[in-house]
Design a protein around this ligand. Structure first.
Ligand code: AMP
Length: 279
């Protein structure tokens, strides 16, 4: 595996494989790898000839300075794990390589970004993600890009952006990887206190509560939502939102008729966690 630091280096490395029409896969990440990241790399390795993993803690998508400052970083460990997954290129640029002096462009996707994460974290978050992912798509020009269902609204936004801007990349979404007790794997989990780690699986339980109620014939969102919120309250977790939404538009539903997605965001101590489950 080669670690590349600049856009020019990565482009040069990919020139030959591209001429040979080799299939290029991109896995965008912010590092601090866990099983979720590794599952994306494995899928890319199975399906592509060249696997590029980007590792960039994108400052523009953070809505809280403390979250950016405390974001776990360990490039040495990440490089080792990526090499074990037979990744070909680790693209780990510095901030000025991605945002050089004078950088003034922002990509903003409307509609699907407005509620939930967009409302909780502010416009800046999804604009930051859309802009950096767009840049990565242009830098790598991958055939397939891999994202996790864990960030479901982000995936919906990226699909929208790819359609709207006619970006020639296929988007593949990989299932949520979980710890044994159901907690969705996340780079932020290492920041949970021992007590927080015990409370955190309540997010997953709240999603299961919603799924069981629906399976038992309850279709009113208000009833499902209050049972899920009770589960989170009982664990002493501060819920930011629990909603049942249309999986494409992310508009909340009042009654579950067709395909729906239960989504939750909550703070466990000062760590913000999200999770979701199709219903
Ligand atoms: P991040 O480094 O948190 O920006 O995540 C990089 C990619 O890994 C994103 O596409 C995430 O959706 C995905 N990802 C994060 N956590 C998980 C998980 N538990 N299961 C599957 N994919 C995940």
């Amino acid at each position: 595996m080669r670690t590349l630091r600049t856009v020019a280096e990565l482009r040069a490395a990919l020139a030959q494989p591209r001429r040979e029409r080799r299939r290029i896969g991109l896995v965008p990440t912010m590092g601090a790898f866990h099983g979720g990241h590794l599952s994306l790399m494995r899928r890319a390795r199975e399906e592509c000839d060249e696997v590029v993993v980007s590792l960039f803690v994108n400052p523009t998508q953070f809505d809280e300075d403390a979250d950016l400052a405390d974001y776990p970083r360990d490039e040495g460990r990440d490089a080792m794990l990526a090499a074990e997954e037979h990744v070909d290129y680790l693209f780990a640029p510095a901030v000025p390589d991605i945002y050089p002096d004078g950088f003034s462009t922002s990509v903003s996707v409307g509609g699907v970004t407005e509620a939930l994460e967009g409302a909780s974290r502010g416009r800046k978050h999804f604009d930051g993600v859309a802009t950096v992912v767009n840049k990565l798509f242009h830098i790598v020009v991958a055939d397939i890009a891999y994202f996790g269902q864990k960030d479901a609204q982000q995936v919906a936004m990226i699909r929208r952006m790819v359609r709207d801007l006619d970006i020639g990349v296929e988007i593949e979404v990989c299932p949520i990887q979980r710890e044994a007790d159901g907690l969705a794997m996340s780079s932020r989990n290492v920041r949970l206190s021992p007590q927080g780690r015990l409370q955190a699986p309540a997010l997953y339980r709240s999603l299961n509560t919603a799924a069981s109620l629906l399976a038992a014939g309850e279709s009113r969102t208000t009833a499902i939502r209050s049972a899920a919120l009770a589960e989170l309250d009982a664990a002493g977790i501060r819920t930011e939102y629990f909603e049942i939404v249309n999986p494409e538009t992310f508009v909340p539903t009042t009654s579950v008729e067709g395909p729906a997605l239960a989504v939750v965001a909550a703070r466990v101590g000062d760590v913000r966690l999200i999770d979701n489950q199709p219903l």
